[in-house]
Write a protein that binds this ligand. Structure first.
Ligand code: PGA
Length: 224
């Protein structure tokens, strides 16, 4: 069983996770962070930008990217530029996104001695990054097909469902689990059931986030 900490609103959720990132960056200026996209972390990024932290020596690895034109406004590269990287003093060369060959991306993480802090969201189907239900617990970074549910969920960011990319590159579950510390954030009543199932029920590949129960240093934050 993993404890879920319920916070009183979205601002508290964003601030609490931003505090953890700030502490990490202050304890170790050379921190390696794994970062999420989607709607949930937007407030956290806003808060981090406001705090004017020193990112000069930090290294980031995004959890996943759509297989699409990276200049598209809805690419995760564009998202990160807009919501964080353009507003902090990080070096562009220090901002990594999953790429092919995926083994080379894994090698890059390993060459930095792994991820210190990984921030995650959770999908309505229990995915973390783009590890959809059925993903193996020993999976590494790879190209994946997005599930119908994820395509439907993410169509809100595009003009139509047809425009949502059908494939992505995602860090694997084992890659994520090797992070020294993990923080999972979930926002909204519609996420509460899957969050409870993932954190308190059986550890199963049908609910990829359930593997997080086996991580030694995980914190889970929720607000409705
Ligand atoms: P969301 O996505 O933050 O947009 O709800 C979370 C996820 O799919 O991991």
């Amino acid at each position: 069983m993993s404890k879920i900490t319920t916070l009183k609103n979205y601002y508290e959720l964003s601030k609490t996770v931003a505090d953890i990132v700030e502490t990490q960056l202050k304890e170790n200026r050379l921190s390696k962070l794994a970062l999420p996209t989607g709607s949930t972390p937007l407030g956290m990024y806003k808060e981090l930008v406001k705090r004017k932290l020193d990112w000069e020596l930090a290294i980031t690895f995004n959890l996943d990217v759509y297989l699409m034109n990276i200049d598209h406004p809805e690419s995760y590269q564009s998202y990160m530029q807009k919501n964080l990287f353009n507003s902090i003093n990080i070096y562009p060369d220090h901002c990594n996104f999953p790429f092919r060959p995926t083994k080379a991306f894994e090698y890059k993480i390993a060459s930095y001695m792994g991820i210190d802090l990984c921030i995650l969201g959770i999908g309505n189907n229990g995915h973390i990054a783009f590890n959809e239900p059925g993903s193996l617990f020993n999976s590494r970074t790879r190209v994946v097909d997005l599930s119908e549910q994820t395509i439907k969920d993410n169509s809100r960011f595009f003009d139509s469902e047809d425009e949502v990319p059908k494939q992505a590159i995602t860090m694997g579950l084992e890659t994520i689990m090797e992070s020294k510390k993990i923080v999972l954030m979930a926002n909204g009543k519609h996420k509460l059931n899957i969050l409870n199932v993932a954190m308190n029920d059986e550890v199963t590949i049908a609910v990829p986030a359930s593997i997080l129960q086996q991580h030694a240093d995980i914190e889970v934050f929720y607000c409705d």
